[in-house]
Design a protein around this ligand. Structure first.
Ligand code: ADP
Ligand code: MG
Length: 217
């Protein structure tokens, strides 16, 4: 599903990633871990085409993102869901509108949007709450809405960058349980985190980075 060959990313003089070679199979769950500044976010950004490798080759679901044109980026993104630490929900839109937006942009019919939105709100434990607004929800609930938004398209890959970074312990566990459930339905999941407690509780493969180098996989 994901293959990196000798991938390097430099920002000027900063080596964010150095000579990373790794393979991830379809349906795997894995962590991207390591200290702050190790290159975790850069690794995920390359996978969804937000930054390009300086050197090396990177294949995501058969798409060579190391030489992807801007024009073909939406095609890659359709196959990838993304969750961020800070949720990034639109506060003035209902939960259902937030979750369905990606489908509206694609011109999906109202019927199909409603059906998909209800289904994914159910998956994240928020069935029937689509009419509510993000600011009235707890942090954990907001992150679950963000997860629902990320999977509304039924992507084959879900990327999450410190998804539990702003959540307390109980809410973090709820979000991890949902990510695990999504993985069990066949989605490849990558979670960037440095929360060792959470990684021990939910033991999966770890890609550990230190100063841009992959030191454990
Ligand atoms: N846009 C950028 N411009 C310059 N340096 C950057 C940029 N993004 C990240 N970096 C640097 O790349 C390194 C890796 O950053 P990052 O991938 O964000 O690490 P992590 O997510 O593990 O904290 C850090 O040294 C960071 O300062
Ligand atoms: Mg980061």
């Amino acid at each position: 599903m994901i293959r990196a060959y000798h991938v390097t990313k430099r920002y000027g003089d900063v080596h964010a990633l150095r000579d990373v070679t790794v393979k991830l199979g379809k349906g795997e769950f894995c962590y991207v871990t390591g200290p702050s500044g190790a290159g975790k976010t850069t690794m995920l950004k390359m996978l969804y085409g937000a930054v390009q490798p300086t050197e090396g080759k990177l294949l995501v679901g058969g798409v060579d993102v190391s030489r992807l044109s801007k024009r073909r980026l939406p095609y890659l993104r359709r196959n990838i869901g993304i969750v961020f630490q800070d949720f990034k929900l639109i506060p003035t839109r209902t939960l259902a509108e937030n979750v369905g937006l990606a489908l509206e942009v694609l011109g999906t019919s109202r019927d199909v949007i409603d059906r998909r939105v209800n289904a994914v709100l159910g998956i994240v434990g928020l069935r029937g709450r689509g009419h509510e607004y993000p600011p009235t929800l707890s942090g954990g609930e907001q992150q679950r809405v963000a997860v629902a938004r990320a999977i509304v398209n039924d992507p084959s890959i879900l990327l999450a960058d410190e998804p539990t970074g702003n959540l307390d312990g109980a809410m973090a566990i709820e979000v991890m349980e949902i990510l695990q459930a999504i993985n069990l339905r066949g989605t490849t999941v990558m979670v960037a985190t440095h929360d060792t407690g959470l990684m021990n509780r939910f033991p999966f493969r770890k890609l550990r980075f230190e100063a841009g180098r992959l030191v454990e996989s």
